[in-house]
Design a protein. Structure first.
Length: 341
């Protein structure tokens, strides 16, 4: 019986004899090559690009986009740093001791905690995620997420400066925002389901020193939340550039329509809560109550916040939490404005 010897594997015609599997795929597009191609394309089409960039609509879009990102990014970084501190340096048992054991009492306690933390809505999302990871009941973490950007000292001071002739606006904003935060926390405690909220993800830093774990956490959250911030800012800029200003003037004549219009505008503009009071003060054709709705809705739900909440807690959560918050914020603003304004 003849014995045959298998021929050794030979390299195919498209690969080199000494190439590894990684080398055989090395001809795919990489980032430097793609960037070079985009730069060449931009130089070749610089004439049409200049005309597009010079258009008023494009100028308006770029202004809004840059404003939203520049306003939000420092506070996003602040929230990321606080989140990393909570995740790395604060023991889990601290929150069990700091908050009441009963969720019904932990919700208002967490809501009032927003008074002492300067920051905006971009900062509150990663901090709320860190609280959930540390075992805080989601209802309390969500109350903090909604209250912190609306009732902290910086925001209330900015509101007082923006409305010097209406000091009652500061009290109305504080009361309405805290009520919405607490009620939403209680509603989640009562009606929320665990499968609706995806636990915030985080890479494992076990075995690393605290310093390395801290900066690893910062890098993860900046890249994760920052990308969604940019997407939300792009959407806000696009909508701002195409909505005619005449629509606002027509809406201001009807009290109910005015409240709904400014609530929707707050969602679309996605203005940082440290600056929204000055925008609301400039809308003099609207009533104080409708402007209160603008100030209550904006820090709780807007385009960039919806994107960031989706990234942190999942789409199922955001699709339920955002509409409920929006509707409750409008209702509470109308009631509080009728009483206090």
């Amino acid at each position: 019986m003849a014995i045959t010897k298998e021929a050794p594997d030979r390299p195919g015609p498209d690969t080199d004899a000494g190439a590894s599997p990684q080398d055989s795929r090395g001809r795919h597009l990489n980032s430097p090559l793609l960037l070079t191609m985009l730069l060449v394309l931009a130089v070749a089409a610089q004439g049409p690009l200049r005309r597009v960039l010079a258009a008023p609509v494009t100028q308006s879009w770029m202004t809004v986009f840059v404003a939203v990102v520049v306003q939000a990014l420092p506070f996003l970084v602040l929230g990321v740093l606080l989140s990393a501190v909570i995740a790395v340096y604060v023991p889990p048992s601290f929150f069990a001791r700091a908050l009441p054991k009963r969720p019904a009492l932990a919700v208002p306690a967490a809501g009032m905690a927003g008074v002492v933390l300067p920051g905006c809505e971009c900062a509150s999302v990663p901090v709320a995620g860190a609280l959930v990871r540390r075992g805080v009941t989601p209802a309390a973490a969500l109350a903090f997420l909604l209250s912190a950007p609306a009732i902290n000292p910086i925001v209330l001071t900015a509101t007082a400066v923006a409305f010097p002739g209406n000091p009652e606006m500061v009290l109305a904003r504080f009361v309405a925002s805290l009520l919405v935060a607490c009620v939403m926390g209680w509603l989640w405690q009562r009606l929320g389901r665990g499968e609706w909220m995806r636990p915030p993800e985080r890479p494992s830093y076990e075995g690393l020193g605290k310093g390395a774990a801290f900066w690893g956490s910062v890098r993860h959250d900046v890249m994760h939340a920052g990308g969604f911030l940019v997407v939300g800012a792009m959407a806000a800029a696009t909508l701002k550039a195409v909505v005619p200003a005449s629509w606002l003037n027509a809406a201001a004549d009807n009290p109910l329509v005015a409240i709904l219009a400014l609530a929707v505008l707050a969602v679309l503009l996605s203005i940082c809560s440290e600056a929204d009071a000055f925008v609301a003060a400039s809308l003099t054709q609207f009533s104080l109550t409708s402007r209160l709705a603008f100030l209550v809705v904006g820090p709780m739900i807007d385009l960039k916040l919806f994107a960031m909440q989706t990234a942190t807690f999942g789409r199922a959560f955001a699709l339920r939490f955002a509409p409920a918050t929006f509707a409750l914020a409008i209702l509470v603003s109308a009631l509080v404005g009728t009483v206090l304004l």
